[in-house]
Write a protein that binds this ligand. Structure first.
Ligand code: ME8
Length: 502
């Protein structure tokens, strides 16, 4: 049976332009999806936009557009993330898509049928930018505890979801499935939140109308998060379990730390209430600051991913974002760090090594793969680290530790550089040409798995690397390369970025 994998990003509010944060989660999901495909999994990767709610309705009003015209215009920018970041998503879902409206309605009906929805009066605080209800005690200085945005008093008749019925069940689930919420520090936070007691959740609004109508009560629309979370099921064809995509469920959800509660508490409770199996895992990543400061429009320090890609190159940006900061921790963006990584890791360590070895093969071995002679201890050391690379990367990606996967790749690159320095093939050229050819062959062997696993991180550069070292079919278990195979003439892989200081 084919193994399946399903990975999702949050669906983004198209009230503004995509920023580094949106590009970041999408990129991480892409790396995961691409690696799973390399590893033989039938993989589905979902991203999209969250188009309902008061925040969108108000943003549309500001521009004098209907909400639908506004989201049609804005969603286009988020769709652009796919070519811009080189994403391999299988679908870009919009919560205004017809099949999604149907799935959200079905979700509501399932909760209602199972007795988890009731009507009452809601009175409390609401933050529109966060699309979140807060109690008086939760506010910090009278503002949203999550974002510091002002809150509004809301008093209206509302449908409620009996979230309070799920506290014990959720805690038991977290206990039995220690990998359900990652990283562990976040899991602890969620557990103490649930332990402190869950209140029922207001899940409809009646004072504006940009949302999915509540079935059977047109005066109400669904609370945007109920509608939004259901997108992950819409794409699987749910509730049609004979749908071709149903095999992908359950998903791995990648989310920012600010929206973990929705994904690790409300969403699994909804799924329990609707009798749907729970996601495989919810992983919360950290936030990027810029030169130590929070990114904000008012500070004018918002990083535009499109601009980064234009300035540094798509694969370079992908590499930096995945290498610089452990996924799950907060990180700081700076152009200086980016340039440093491109010049040191990519141009020097990786690109130069490939270039030096492959130009020696072109010049001294007629551009064909040399014979392998008897292995020395040094040869074996390099070949061993290279051999274990796919398994190491698999473990790291499975744990969503993308920086560790890259560390493992760079261990091979560093071992290759050390081997080059100790064997000095340019000297062997005069003293022992057969040994020189052998050393180049050992280096090529070490490059091959590197070129394959890097495909998940830097798809275009990895493809070029694969061509250079005769990988015709990128699989984790590479067949050995026949001596005498013609290799293409080498070309540079990564340009150095010139800085004023340099
Ligand atoms: O929350 N660094 O959408 P959204 C890293 N529609 N990540 C960041 C970031 C930063 N500086 N700023 C924002 C929503 N993010 C809902 C999701 S899912 C069913 C509905 C991340 O557009 C943030 O953590 O406000 C979140 O994961 C994502 O951007 C989308 O935020």
């Amino acid at each position: 049976m084919t193994r399946t994998a399903y990975v999702t990003t949050p669906i983004y509010y198209p009230s503004g332009k995509p920023h580094l944060g949106s590009a970041y989660t999408s990129l991480a999901a892409d790396v995961y999806a691409r690696f799973k495909r390399l590893d033989g999994f039938d993989t589905y990767f979902l991203t999209g936009t969250d188009e309902h709610g008061l925040k969108i309705q108000r943003a549309a009003e500001k521009e004098g557009l209907t909400p639908q015209a506004f989201v049609d215009k804005m969603a286009a920018d988020f769709k652009q993330l796919t070519p811009m970041m080189g994403l391999s998503n299988d679908r870009f879902i919009r919560t205004t898509d017809i099949d999604h409206l149907a799935a959200a309605t079905t979700m509501w009906q399932a909760l209602e049928k199972n007795g988890f929805i009731y009507k009452a009066k809601y009175a409390g605080w609401y933050s529109v930018p966060d699309e979140t209800f807060y109690t008086e005690e939760e506010l910090v200085d009278g503002k949203s505890p999550d974002s510091g945005h002002p809150v509004e008093w809301v008093e209206e008749e509302s449908y409620y979801f009996k979230l309070s019925a799920f506290g014990d069940k959720l805690l038991a689930y977290y206990e039995q499935n220690p990998d359900f919420i990652k990283p562990d520090s976040r899991r602890n936070e969620v557990m103490s939140f649930v332990k402190s007691g869950l209140k029922d959740l207001s899940i409809s609004r009646s004072t504006f109308n940009w949302g999915v109508p509540v079935p059977g009560d047109d005066k109400h629309i669904m609370y945007v998060w109920i509608d939004a979370l259901t997108n992950y099921l819409t794409a699987t064809g749910w509730p049609d379990t004979t749908h071709a995509n149903w095999k992908y469920w359950p998903a791995v959800h990648l989310v920012g730390k600010d929206i973990l509660r929705f994904h690790a508490v409300y969403w699994p409770a909804m799924l329990m209430a609707a009798d749907v199996p729970l996601p495989k895992c919810v992983f919360a990543h950290g936030w990027w600051t810029v030169d130590g400061a929070k990114m904000s429009k008012s500070k004018g320090n918002v990083i535009d991913p499109a601009q980064l890609v234009t300035e540094y190159g798509r694969d370079q940006v992908r590499y930096f974002l995945m290498r610089e900061v452990p996924f799950g921790q907060d990180g700081d963006f700076s152009h200086a760090r980016m340039i440093d990584r491109i010049n040191k890791d990519l141009a020097n360590d990786l690109g130069n090594l490939f270039q030096r070895v492959l130009s020696m093969v072109a010049k001294n071995c007629d551009g064909v793969v040399p014979e392998m002679l008897e292995l020395s201890a040094d040869d074996r050391t390099l070949l061993e680290v290279a051999k274990h690379l796919p398994a190491k990367v698999r473990d790291a990606v499975e744990g969503l530790a993308f920086n560790k996967a890259l560390d493992a790749i760079w261990e091979v690159v560093s071992a290759g550089n050390r081997y080059m320095d100790s064997q000095k093939p340019w000297e062997l050229k005069k003293t022992d040409p057969a040994r020189m050819a052998h050393c180049l062959r050992v280096l090529i062997e070490s490059f091959r798995p590197v070129s394959v696993v890097l495909e998940a991180f830097m798809p275009e550069s990895a493809k070029r690397m694969q061509e250079l070292v005769g990988v015709t079919d990128a699989v984790l278990e590479l067949p050995s390369l026949a001596a005498g195979t013609q290799l293409p003439s080498p070309s540079g892989l990564f340009m150095r970025i010139q800085t004023e200081a340099a």
